[in-house]
Design a protein around this ligand. Structure first.
Ligand code: XMP
Length: 513
C-alpha cells in the first residue's frame, strides 16, 4: 500500500517529466497534473505529502500567466516551486518577479547561504546547477528568507514557518550536480515521505488486479511489435493466459522480415492467442497517390483502426480492449499547453471509435518508459525486444517521402536492413538511440562501371537522445558510413546515392515526415 503521494503541477516545462522521474527514482509515488487542477480534486489524494510546482515558459507577471487554484497553497503539505513555480510562489506571497538584466541559461554556480537548511543537508556550499530563466525574483516574498543565490539571481528561498520552498534552478536536470540530493532532501527531510514505490510489487499487484477485473472474460490487444504493447501483452498473459488474444497487423510498412520476427518472438515467449492479419494490400491502396505527410499519417491511422476493429469484432466474447498506454501518453494528451502545436499526428491504437463497446485495460498507464523496460526484463521478454530502437506507428509510411508504394517500401527495407545490420555488427546499435533510412523522392545521376545510372537517393539518420524530445545526430565513424554506403549502392540496384543527415532536433524532427 502506497503511504506517500506527491503531485507535480505542470506549467509546461520541458523538464516536468524529468521531475516526476526523479521523484519516482527516490521510490516515492508521484503523478503529474495540469496546473489548473482544482484544490478539491487534490484533496481526494488521501496520502498527499507534497506538491511540486514545475517550471514553465510563461512570465508570472503577465495578465494571462498560468495561475493555480490558490487554496492549494494553503493545504497542509510541503510545497516546492521550481523556476516558474518559485516565481508563482513569489507572486502569491507578495514578493516581486521581473525580467532579469542578466538572464541565466545553462550552467550556473549555486552558493548556499543557509547551509543548515534541511533542503541542503549534505550538500557542499558551492556547486553547479542548471538554470533556464529570463525572469527572476527581485523582492523576496513576505515571511521567506533567501537560502541560496547564483551570480545573478536569488537561487532558493524558504518560508520561515511553513514547509514551502522555491528554487530557481532545475534540480531535476542531471547537470545540476546535487539536484538528486536536493530533491531527496525535500521529499524526506521536509515532506516526510516514505520510500514505498517500487517495481518489485508492481507486477504481482497488477497480475492480481487484472485477474480480478477480467474474471473469465476475453481480452484483445493490438500488438505493434514495439516495447509498450509487448510488455502489456506479457503482463496480461501472465495473469490470464489464453483469455488474451493479440492481433498483429502487417501493414506492409514494417521493416524487412519484421512481421515474421515479431510473430516468432511472441510464439516463443508467451502463452496467448496470436492472430496476424496481412493488410498490406489495403494500406497501399489507401495510400495511392497521397503525398502530404499529415494526410498519410491520418490514412494509416484510420486503416489500422479499421483492420483492427473488424478483427476484434470477430472475437465475440471479448469484453476488454488492452492497450500499452504508458504514463507520458497520458500526460501529453491531458496537459493543455495553450502554446503547444501539433507537429505530427502520432497514431497508435489511440483513436478507437466510441461504439467499440470494450472496457479498457491499461496495466502500464502509471509507468515511465524505463520502468516499462525494467518490468519487461523482469517478465522475461527477450533483450532484443526490450532494447530495440523505437519504430514509429506509421512505419515506413513516413520514411518513404511523398507517395508510398509497395515497390518503394521494398527498396527502403533493403537499405534499412543493411544499415541496421552493420550498426549491430560494429557494436554501434546500442550506442545510438535510433537509426534508420529514408527514401527520398529524388533521382540523381551516377556512374556504375561504364554505365550512367539514374536512381534514388537515400538518407541515413542516426540520433542520440535521452527523451526523443531533443536529439543530436550521432557522430558515426566515417569509415563505417563509407562501408554502409558502399554496400547499399552495390546491393540495392534502385539506389545510387547515400547521404547522412546531420540535423539536430530542434530544428529538425527525428523522422523526416
Ligand atoms: P519526431 O519525428 O517527432 O519523433 O522527432 C520522435 C520519436 O517518435 C517517433 N514517432 C512516432 N512514434 N507513432 C509512434 O509511435 C508515430 O506516429 C510517430 N511519429 C514519430 C519517432 O520515430 C521518434 O522516436
Amino acid at each position: 500500500m502506497i503511504k506517500t503521494q506527491v503531485l507535480i503541477l505542470d506549467f509546461g516545462s520541458q523538464y516536468t517529466q524529468l521531475l516526476a522521474r526523479r521523484v519516482r527514482e527516490a521510490n516515492v509515488y508521484t503523478e503529474v497534473l495540469s496546473f489548473d487542477v482544482s484544490c478539491d480534486k487534490i484533496k481526494k489524494y488521501p496520502n498527499l505529502k507534497a506538491i511540486i510546482l514545475s517550471g514553465g515558459p510563461a512570465s508570472v507577471y503577465l495578465k494571462d500567466a498560468y495561475q493555480i487554484d490558490e487554496a492549494i497553497l494553503d493545504l497542509p503539505v510541503a510545497i516546492l516551486g521550481v523556476c516558474y513555480g518559485m516565481q508563482l510562489l513569489t507572486n502569491h506571497f507578495q514578493g516581486k518577479v521581473e525580467l532579469a538584466n542578466k538572464q541565466e541559461f545553462g550552467k550556473s554556480t549555486l552558493y548556499i547561504d543557509q547551509p543548515d537548511n534541511k533542503l541542503f543537508t549534505n550538500i557542499v556550499n558551492k556547486s553547479e546547477v542548471w538554470m533556464s530563466h529570463a525572469d527572476h525574483v527581485t523582492k523576496i516574498p513576505k515571511n521567506f528568507i533567501e537560502i541560496a543565490h547564483s551570480d545573478n539571481a536569488m537561487a532558493a528561498f524558504a518560508h520561515l514557518t511553513r514547509p514551502i520552498y522555491g528554487i530557481q534552478f532545475h534540480a531535476e536536470v542531471t547537470h545540476s550536480e546535487y539536484g538528486k540530493e536536493i530533491i531527496a532532501n525535500f521529499l524526506f527531510a521536509i515532506a516526510n515521505c516514505t520510500k514505498d514505490w517500487g517495481l518489485d510489487d508492481f507486477i504481482t499487484n497488477q497480475i492480481e488486479a487484472i485477474k480480478n477485473e477480467v474474471q473469465n472474460k476475453q481480452v484483445i490487444l493490438g500488438l505493434s511489435g514495439g516495447l509498450d504493447s509487448s510488455v502489456a501483452a506479457a503482463i496480461i498473459a501472465k495473469a490470464i493466459g489464453k483469455q488474451l488474444t493479440c492481433i498483429f497487423v502487417d501493414t506492409g510498412l514494417l521493416r524487412k522480415n519484421e512481421a515474421i520476427a515479431v510473430m516468432k518472438t511472441y510464439q516463443e515467449n508467451f502463452t496467448l492467442n496470436l492472430v496476424m492479419i496481412d493488410a498490406s494490400k489495403q494500406f497501399f491502396a489507401a495510400l495511392k497517390g497521397v503525398k502530404n505527410p499529415e494526410e498519410k499519417r491520418k490514412i494509416i491511422g484510420k486503416q489500422f483502426i479499421d483492420v483492427f476493429t473488424t478483427a476484434a469484432k470477430k472475437i465475440k466474447t471479448a469484453k476488454f480492449l488492452a492497450q500499452g498506454t504508458i504514463y507520458p501518453d497520458i500526460i501529453e494528451s491531458s496537459s493543455k499547453d495553450a502554446t503547444s502545436k501539433t507537429i505530427k499526428t502520432h497514431h497508435n491504437v489511440g483513436g478507437l471509435p466510441d461504439d467499440l463497446q470494450f472496457k479498457l485495460l491499461e496495466p502500464l498507464k502509471t509507468l515511465f518508459k524505463d520502468e516499462v523496460r525494467a518490468i519487461g526484463l523482469q517478465l522475461g521478454l527477450p533483450e532484443t525486444l526490450i532494447n530495440r530502437h523505437p519504430f514509429p506507428g506509421p512505419g515506413l509510411g513516413v520514411r518513404v517521402i511523398e507517395e508510398v508504394t509497395k515497390e518503394k517500401c521494398l527498396i527502403l527495407q533493403e537499405v534499412d536492413d543493411i544499415f541496421i545490420s552493420k550498426l549491430k555488427a560494429h557494436n554501434l546499435y546500442h550506442k545510438v538511440s535510433q537509426a534508420f533510412a529514408t527514401l527520398l523522392p529524388v533521382k540523381t545521376v551516377g556512374v556504375m562501371g561504364d554505365n550512367r545510372t539514374y536512381d534514388y537517393v537515400v538518407s541515413l539518420r542516426s540520433v542520440s537522445t535521452i527523451d526523443f524530445m531533443t536529439a543530436t545526430s550521432s557522430h558515426l565513424p566515417w569509415d563505417f558510413l563509407d562501408e554502409v554506403a558502399n554496400e547499399i549502392i552495390n546491393k540495392v540496384s534502385a539506389v545510387n546515392r547515400v547521404v547522412y543527415d546531420i540535423t539536430s532536433k530542434p530544428p529538425g524532427t527525428i523522422e523526416w515526415e
